[in-house]
Design a protein around this ligand. Structure first.
Ligand code: LIP
Length: 273
């Protein structure tokens, strides 16, 4: 790691893109002979498989070779959890439940963070072989094409993604009120089950917003910079941009942010218990 020097983000991003694609191919190959009996439960309905763990180990090894000084924040806890000046934030398989059920999307998500600032992000969605990537100071891409958020500024026409976190008891009262407020009022509501990929879908202009609480930083780190460089916005449910603890994550194309934020704020007290 070129700590103290200016990082070559172009080069690092290229290395991480290659890694994410090769790990995505590994996930797809393993899926062909996937054994559901080897799935373990981390918490209520929160699963992990030998594929997540193996894949995370391989990613951490490669990233460690690339930047020996950087720490790691990973979903399955491989590598040093210590938050160094530079830190890789990794979800080896976002959308684990989809993967277990042979359903898409599911993806590899890798970001590099300097303290609280995300420097680069790469997400490879395996179902459609889509590589989303961006780094600080540059545009966001899907494969070789520059992407931008949509221009949709009318909530009534907006296509909105919801996430339902594993912490159902804490989140359900809020989620149900949000659905009650939006169902029939917006252009469509969808649940896809892979937060990292879904942030990229907003970046690519397919959706206008995504709402979820109680997710891990590995679920949003890479997608957040891809969204930002594509012109999007991410805040908590009060409009505060510092949502990296991922307790409340509201991402949008920016144009419908304020209007939708009012809906979230009106139900926010339901999350306070
Ligand atoms: C999951 C997500 C899913 C979200 C869950 C969870 P995992 O990640 O991306 O969309 O609703 O809260 O975080 O466990 O599949 O890596």
């Amino acid at each position: 790691m070129e700590t103290g020097k200016v990082l070559d983000l172009d080069r690092l991003t290229e290395e991480v893109k290659t890694l994410a694609v090769s790990m995505g191919h590994f996930l797809k190959k393993e899926r062909l002979s996937f054994d559901r009996n080897r799935v373990e439960q981390k918490g209520a309905h929160d699963y992990v498989s030998y594929v997540d763990r193996t894949s995370e180990r391989m990613i951490v090894e490669r990233l460690h070779d690339l930047c020996p000084e950087a720490g790691f924040i990973t979903e399955e806890g491989t590598g040093s959890l210590e938050d160094q000046e530079y830190c890789w934030v990794v979800d080896p398989l976002d959308g684990t439940s989809n993967y277990i059920h042979d359903h898409v999307p599911y993806c590899v998500s890798i970001a590099l963070r300097n303290r609280k600032e995300i420097l680069l992000g790469v997400v490879f969605e395996c179902g459609r072989d889509e590589l989303f990537w961006a780094h600080k100071g540059a545009e966001a891409y899907l494969n070789d094409r520059v992407i931008h958020v949509s221009d949709q500024a009318v909530l009534d026409q907006s296509f909105i993604e919801l996430g339902l976190p594993y912490k159902a008891v804490q989140y359900k009262p809020f989620a149900l009120e949000v659905i009650a407020s939006l169902y029939g009022r917006v252009g469509g509501l969808r649940l896809a089950g892979a937060a990292a990929a879904e942030l990229c879908y907003i970046a690519a202009g397919r959706f206008e917003a995504r709402i979820e609480g109680f997710i891990g930083p590995w679920d949003i780190a890479a997608g957040s910079i891809i969204l930002k460089q594509a012109g999007g916005r991410m805040t908590d449910f009060s409009g505060n941009p510092d949502c990296f603890d991922a307790r409340e994550v509201f991402a949008s194309n920016g144009k419908i942010h304020e209007e939708l934020l009012k809906v979230l704020q009106s139900h926010k007290k339901l999350l306070e218990n």
